[in-house]
Design a binder for this molecule. Structure first.
Ligand SMILES: *[C@@H]1O[C@H](CO)[C@@H](O)[C@H](O)[C@H]1NC(C)=O
Ligand SMILES: *[C@@H]1O[C@H](CO)[C@@H](O)[C@H](O)[C@H]1NC(C)=O
Ligand SMILES: *[C@@H]1O[C@H](CO)[C@@H](O)[C@H](O)[C@H]1NC(C)=O
Ligand SMILES: *[C@@H]1O[C@H](CO)[C@@H](O)[C@H](O)[C@H]1NC(C)=O
Ligand SMILES: *[C@@H]1O[C@H](CO)[C@@H](O)[C@H](O)[C@H]1NC(C)=O
Ligand SMILES: *[C@@H]1O[C@H](CO)[C@@H](O)[C@H](O)[C@H]1NC(C)=O
Ligand SMILES: *[C@@H]1O[C@H](CO)[C@@H](O)[C@H](O)[C@H]1NC(C)=O
Ligand SMILES: *[C@@H]1O[C@H](CO)[C@@H](O)[C@H](O)[C@H]1NC(C)=O
Length: 358
């Protein structure tokens, strides 16, 4: 043997020899005494440790040990009591006749690898090797931003994560539903429809943990208004036309009487908007109010319209008997009166109807 000229093995030579052996024999296989070699090699079970934890490396000694060392790859961490490593995370725990134990605190991914304890006894050198495997919980490191697109666009969401073992990734549409969309870092949504708008969650998970984050997709589309419902109202009563538009972003509404635009609070007409709904309210319908109305819902992607007919209905016969329209109010028009008047109005209607019986 070139390096170890004499059989009386020097300490330095032992270390070199140990490495020769490590290179010669694939790790993971139990290696026993080999040919003319005088070294015993033992492979311990792998140690699996989470990032940030502390790992103890214990090596059995013997009463005739002369030299002993722990090595990380080709560098000596400890030679007996002497610390060779400059890493403050590495420290000596125990060194006595039974064991030689060091610890590595705050374990990092780069600490993963083969660690060897080399022991020189009076008879033969011996090595014990152990593989440290470091696990890291998943972290999502790159996620698509919230996006707003027009219906029909091709959307691709991306979610990238780190972790050891490498995490598996899943995409789910959280709201409005709870559907698994993809088991990949990419989520393709070609020709996106309004139904696929919502909150998407990416989950990265491995053996030791998981991380989840969400992305919002807003899908814009042109308004579509529901068909108008014609409304019959008696003269002097109140009436409401309702226009409902499905749109994103929310539509602005315009109301027309034939071709003339109607504005709020004009001519006894009130226009109120509640998100998707616009209401045109007549406080007191007159002859001139009957006719054809249309509602147009508009957003940046387009518009949609519908038309309504406000038509006259004849008052109930009991009322028409009394001095024509407007003279007697039924319960419905009572509600149009002010609060103070309501009670006396109801009372009057009741008394009049009572008198009619005679
Ligand atoms: C120890 O870990 C190494 C590296 O990951 C692997 O090749 C080997 O099979 C493991 N051995 C055992 C006993 O799990
Ligand atoms: C082990 O060696 C690797 C590669 O040189 C290094 O990155 C790591 O910090 C070392 N770990 C310890 C605990 O010495
Ligand atoms: C995130 O992914 C995008 C698209 O692949 C890429 O351009 C960007 O560099 C990534 N950012 C990080 C921090 O990895
Ligand atoms: C979406 O993808 C399809 C098929 O790949 C393509 O034909 C179409 O032009 C794309 N649409 C847009 C808006 O990019
Ligand atoms: C996109 O989807 C709409 C409605 O789902 C469909 O009518 C249209 O043909 C689709 N376009 C393409 C390019 O697939
Ligand atoms: C409705 O209008 C008519 C005619 O202008 C009027 O006579 C009547 O008092 C009004 N009704 C209400 C409840 O304001
Ligand atoms: C009402 O007006 C709209 C648009 O001006 C028109 O399309 C519709 O036919 C009219 N309806 C009636 C009943 O006249
Ligand atoms: C109402 O919608 C019809 C198609 O549904 C369209 O032809 C018409 O021009 C629209 N009217 C207005 C005033 O936007």
């Amino acid at each position: 043997m070139g390096v170890c000229g004499y059989f009386a093995v020097s300490w330095k030579c032992l270390v070199v020899l140990s490495f020769r052996l490590l290179l010669l024999f694939p790790t993971g296989l139990p290696v026993h005494s080999q040919g003319d070699s005088q070294t015993d090699s033992k492979v311990m079970d792998n140690i699996t440790v989470r990032q940030g934890e502390t790992v103890f490396l214990r090596c059995a000694q013997g009463d005739i040990v002369t030299h002993t060392a722990w090595l990380n790859r080709s560098s000596i961490l400890y030679a007996g009591e002497d610390k060779w490593s400059v890493d403050p995370r590495v420290s000596l725990v125990t060194i006595n006749q039974e064991e030689f134990t060091i610890k590595i605190e705050d374990v990092e991914v780069t600490d993963e690898g083969l660690y060897v304890c080399a022991v020189q006894t009076s008879s033969r050198p011996r090595t014990t090797s152990v593989h440290i495997l470091v696990q890291v919980p998943p972290t999502i490191i790159n996620l698509s931003k919230d996006i707003m697109v027009n219906e029909g666009s091709n959307v691709t969401l991306l979610c990238q994560a780190s972790g050891k073992p490498y995490p598996s990734l899943t995409w789910k549409l959280l709201s409005p539903s709870d559907v698994l969309e993809s088991e990949d870092e990419y989520l393709d949504l070609p020709n996106i429809s309004r139904q696929r708008a919502g909150t998407y969650e990416c989950t990265a998970s491995n053996d030791i943990g998981k991380d989840a984050q969400t992305v919002e997709i807003t899908v814009n589309y042109a308004p579509s208004v529901s068909d108008g419902r014609d409304v019959g109202v008696a003269l002097g009563q109140g009436g409401v036309l309702e226009c409902k538009a499905d749109a994103s972003p929310e539509a602005d509404f315009e109301w027309y009487r034939e071709d003339r635009r109607i504005f709020n609070d004009f001519d006894g007409i009130v226009i109120e908007n509640f998100g998707q709904l616009s209401k045109l309210t007549f406080l007191n319908v007159s002859e001139a109010d009957y006719g054809n109305y249309s509602c147009i819902a508009i957003n940046k992607l387009g518009s949609s319209n519908t038309s309504f007919l406000l038509y006259e209905i004849i008052e109930p016969s009991s009322s028409t008997l009394l001095q024509g329209p407007g003279a007697v109010q039924d319960g419905n028009s009572c509600s149009m009166a002010t609060h103070v008047q309501t009670y006396s109005c109801l009372l009057l209607a009741f008394v009049l109807q009572f008198l009619l019986r005679f």
